[in-house]
Design a protein around this ligand. Structure first.
Ligand code: NAD
Length: 256
């Protein structure tokens, strides 16, 4: 029997087969979870629909997380189809490309608002809608973050600020939702080549540095993040909430 047998998981953030959320979906499927996917935009839909179908996903729901009505509608569909929810995956981030290069001093008001809205506030908005559906004894909400929310990395800029807000939101949500048996955690992944990562200037330089300096002397892959997500979503982690769990070849422990 799988670690997530019969659990109902709603996954936000699959854009293509390189997405971290896709690796998480595959691992959840292997462990016996039922899957619902959300996607944003028609071009993403073309890639996500065949992927979702290949895992026998029960639900495939459009949702732009900037839109409260679409979020409410997405969770209404889940409620009507499944009657409840056990796991929510938030694997979403966005900042305008110009904000992810050059000096942080040039961060625009609009770019800041967009990055924080899509990459951080959306976790709160999704968690609020998920809460009434998570009536079992162990609900699990997992988001994806990056070390650039704790330390300064070249070009990560406003996304670092958004990740800092996201990580603090994890702690506040964990405190707010814990009494209802809902756990909220983040996985801080090392650099992985995905669509989102391609938008960050100098990504290859960061990945090369990690491979050279991290204790494991290599970068991580999507599957390794998925393994941590299975753990955090499963009863094995039933005592764990409010954590930022690093899956980064140990890079974050190195000083010099
Ligand atoms: P990805 O591009 O595959 O995933 C990003 C997802 O965000 C996409 O599915 C995209 O459709 C979605 N998204 C963007 N704006 C949206 C909106 N308005 N509404 C709904 N969805 C929206 O890239 P990824 O690397 O798999 O990113 C997933 C998460 O992992 C992000 O939070 C990212 O910051 C985080 N992360 C990535 C890395 C890395 O190096 N790739 C490292 C650490 C953390």
């Amino acid at each position: 029997m799988g670690l997530l047998e019969g659990k109902r998981a709603f996954i936000f953030g699959v854009a293509n087969d390189k997405s971290i959320a896709w690796a998480i979906a595959q691992a959840f499927h292997q462990e016996g979870a039922k899957l619902a996917f959300s996607y944003s935009g028609e071009s993403v839909a073309k890639r996500v629909i065949p992927l979702a179908e290949s895992l026998g996903a029960e639900l495939l729901i459009p949702c732009d997380v900037r839109n409260d009505a679409e979020i409410a509608q997405a969770f209404t569909v889940v409620k009507e189809s499944w009657g409840g929810l056990d796991i929510l995956i938030h694997s979403i981030a966005f900042a305008p490309k110009d904000e992810l290069k050059g000096s942080f001093v040039n961060t625009t008001r609009e770019g800041f608002a967009t990055a924080l809205d899509i990459s951080a506030y959306s976790l709160i908005a999704l968690a609020r809608e998920a809460a009434p559906l998570m009536t079992g004894s162990d609900g699990s909400i997992i988001t994806l973050t990056y070390y650039g929310g704790q330390k300064v990395f070249p070009n990560y800029n406003v996304m670092g600020v958004a990740k800092a807000a996201l990580e603090m939101s994890v702690r506040y949500l964990a405190a707010a939702m814990g009494p209802d048996g809902i756990r909220v955690n983040a996985i801080s992944a090392g650099p992985i080549k995905t669509l989102a990562a391609a938008g960050v200037g100098g990504f290859n330089q960061i990945a090369g540095h990690v491979a050279e300096k991290a204790p494991l002397r290599r970068n991580i892959c999507q599957d390794e993040v998925a393994g941590a997500a299975v753990y955090l979503a499963s009863p094995l982690a039933r005592g764990v909430t409010g954590e930022v769990h690093f899956v980064d070849s140990g890079y974050n422990v190195i000083g010099l």
